[in-house]
Design a protein around this ligand. Structure first.
Ligand code: A3P
Length: 296
């Protein structure tokens, strides 16, 4: 991997009002024109909602619980992150996806209105995972501290405001979860919640199995539950992002596999910040039937 200052502390640039890295923005025509295939599976999330976890579950299902096979490559090489754009000679998500034989499993953080239209046209299956706003915020804050490919979060106090205003990569959490929630009534979208996955991984993995029209034995299911648990994934170099150089992700600042628990926000929000956040949240989520649990 050739280090390149161009993607460290990246500049940002909007796409239709949504904050992106400048590299994504400048590559937008190619991303928008991405050609999905009918047998693609897309894992869509707001950043830090449990993407990597879901990716591992899906890969384990697709490989019938074969741990060795699932360690064939890093998460980001097994399942291309379609909009993620890097300067050549590094592989951008689009290049990886275009080179990949079918059936492909792809990842995106795009808000629903920015999803390349070919996904709708080809009727590809989509798994969306949502996580409560406060835990997403805390996780995104720490991730932004350790990952030099996304903008610096500033102080905690500053970041709470930045997040509330949606001035983070991929835009507003509120709009993201609401937008995909609405889309699920018109498309093949399995809408899952991080908190449910944590509460009962067996039940949620069974939902994924049904959605993928896959049958597996009880033994394989148990194996998948075990290998995709937080503690086991934390030790898996092909799933925990530790193969990247520390100049990109510095796990000594905060590990990618950080806590993996609903409710950690309570260790960060002051009483005043929490009240302000809730007030703003009520306004932004008003009228939506979507509800979250902030602890389990
Ligand atoms: P925390 O920072 O709260 O620990 P994403 O993959 O979308 O970037 O999300 C990362 C978050 O999911 C991190 O949250 C990470 O610890 C958590 N995570 C990753 N694997 C997990 C697992 N197997 N079980 C529970 N949480 C997991």
């Amino acid at each position: 991997l050739q280090l390149d200052d161009k993607y460290l502390e990246p500049e940002t640039k909007e796409v239709n009002g949504i904050l992106m890295t400048k590299m994504i923005s400048d590559n937008w025509d190619n991303i928008w024109n991405f050609q999905a295939r009918p047998d693609d599976l897309l894992i869509a999330t707001y950043a830090k909602a449990g993407t990597t976890w879901t990716q591992e579950i899906v890969d384990m299902i697709q490989n019938d619980g074969d741990v060795q096979k699932c360690q064939r490559a890093n998460t980001f090489d097994r399942q291309p992150f379609i909009e993620w754009t890097l300067p050549p000679p590094l592989n951008s998500g689009l290049d990886l996806a275009n080179q990949m034989p079918s059936p492909r499993t792809l990842k995106t953080h795009l808000p629903v209105q920015l999803l390349p239209p070919s996904f709708w046209k080809e009727n590809a299956k989509i798994i969306y995972v949502a996580r409560n706003a406060k835990d997403c915020l805390v996780s995104y804050y720490h991730f932004s501290r350790m990952n030099k490919m996304v903008p610096d979060p500033g102080t905690w106090e500053e970041y709470v405001e930045t997040f509330k205003a949606g001035r983070v990569l991929w835009g507003s959490w509120h709009d993201h979860v609401k937008g995909w929630w609405k889309a699920k009534d018109q498309h093949r979208i399995l809408y899952l919640f991080y908190e449910d996955m944590k509460e009962d991984p067996r039940r949620e993995i069974q939902k994924i199995l049904k959605f993928l029209e896959k049958d597996i034995s009880e033994e394989v299911l148990n194996k998948i539950i075990y290998h995709t648990s937080f503690d086991v994934m934390k030790q898996n170099p092909m799933a925990n992002y530790t193969t990247l150089p520390t100049s990109i992700m510095d796990h000594s600042i905060s590990p990618f596999m950080r806590k993996g628990m609903p409710g950690d926000w309570k260790n960060y929000f002051t009483v005043a910040q929490n009240e302000e956040f809730d007030k703003d949240y009520q306004k932004k989520m008003k009228g939506s039937t979507l509800t979250f649990r902030t602890e389990i």
